[in-house]
Write a protein that binds this ligand. Structure first.
Ligand SMILES: Cc1cc2nc3c(=O)[nH]c(=O)nc-3n(C[C@H](O)[C@H](O)[C@H](O)COP(=O)(O)OP(=O)(O)OC[C@H]3O[C@@H](n4cnc5c(N)ncnc54)[C@H](O)[C@@H]3O)c2cc1C
Length: 279
């Protein structure tokens, strides 16, 4: 077993080229739980929490680039919180302050659980995930990156270097329900992004991947009055119904499928109402 602690991206990529199946560790808040429960055996380790290039973010021309190592604490705070409020809302629901202090957006993307709090927001924002290996770099839309429950398009030897999201002018929000109010994995979650005559809706914890809702989105685009900021009660009700219809939930130890389906409808309706408070 080897443990490598690179301090530059080039060193990290070289370490992964030497050992393409090495376990990448950022904050370790997912990895260490899996190791402790015996769900993951670790041989080589590449720690990336000291790689400066991964710890930085930049905001240029209405695009925000978050390095994979940016933590939830940073995302929930100013100035990132003003640029991507829905991602900041999601960040505030991740674990506890201790978890948010070390847990990263790249780690959420690495685990890629359908319950990951950052992921519905990234899906609704049409985020681009950036990957790199010693052979080169590539970028994938979030929808192509997440291919199943905890399954991604990341190849052995690749590192997630960051994620890019647009900085938009419209309303955006994130809501989740779980079995208690804090320190809880989502039973159902919803992100909604309204911008320039469009509404984008993504559901978490109700399918094998984060689900976008094209029918609800098209319905909202056709029926919300974006100029006056008006969504009628009938529109909100039908939008919630279309979100419910898009869910593909399962029964498990956290919830029944029926409750999950009901919950995403309620959350989607509430978010549309907040985005368009005028009736
Ligand atoms: C008590 C507790 C509460 C939690 N609550 C929540 C919650 O409410 N919501 C939520 O979404 N999550 C929660 N989590 C899970 C976890 O904190 C988050 O998923 C967090 O974002 C993981 O980030 P990390 O940096 O710790 O990832 P790590 O544990 O370091 O890594 C996670 C996975 O991503 C891979 N990885 C990490 N960085 C990279 C990279 N740059 N390139 C390639 N692969 C990489 C790792 O190999 C691993 O497979 C909780 C965890 C704990 C222990």
């Amino acid at each position: 077993m080897s443990v490598t602690v690179p301090t530059t991206l080039a060193e990290a990529l070289a370490a992964l080229a030497d050992s393409p199946t090495a376990t990448v560790v950022a904050g370790g808040t997912d990895v260490m739980v899996e190791v402790n429960f015996g769900h993951r055996s670790v041989s080589d380790v590449v720690m990336v929490n000291r790689v400066a290039e991964l710890r930085t973010w930049r905001h240029e021309a209405d695009v925000l680039h978050l390095g994979a190592g940016v933590t939830w604490s940073e995302i929930e705070s100013s100035p990132i919180a003003e640029w991507v409020p829905a991602l900041a809302q999601a960040a505030r629901t991740v674990g506890s302050p201790q978890i948010r202090h070390v847990g990263t957006v790249g780690g959420n993307l690495g685990t890629c659980s359908p319950a990951g709090d950052g992921l519905p927001v990234l899906a609704a924002l049409d985020a681009i995930v950036h990957l790199a290996s010693a052979d080169g770099a590539r970028s994938l839309p979030f929808g192509d990156y997440m291919v199943g429950p905890k399954r991604t398009a990341r190849r052995p030897g690749e590192l997630i270097t960051g994620v890019t999201v647009p900085v938009l002018g419209g309303w955006q929000g994130y809501s989740k329900v779980g079995v208690r109010n804090a320190m809880v994995i989502a039973t159902a979650s919803v992100a909604l992004v309204a911008d320039a005559g469009s509404v984008r809706l993504a559901l978490g914890s109700v399918g094998p991947t984060i689900l976008r809702c094209p029918e609800a989105e098209a319905f909202a685009a056709a029926n919300v009055d974006f100029t006056s900021g008006v969504a009628s009660s009938a529109v909100v009700t039908q939008f919630a119904e279309l979100a419910r219809a898009a869910a593909r939930p399962i029964d498990d130890h956290r919830s029944s499928a029926a409750y999950r389906r009901h919950a995403v409808g309620v959350l989607a309706g509430r978010l549309l109402r907040r985005a368009f408070p005028n009736e």
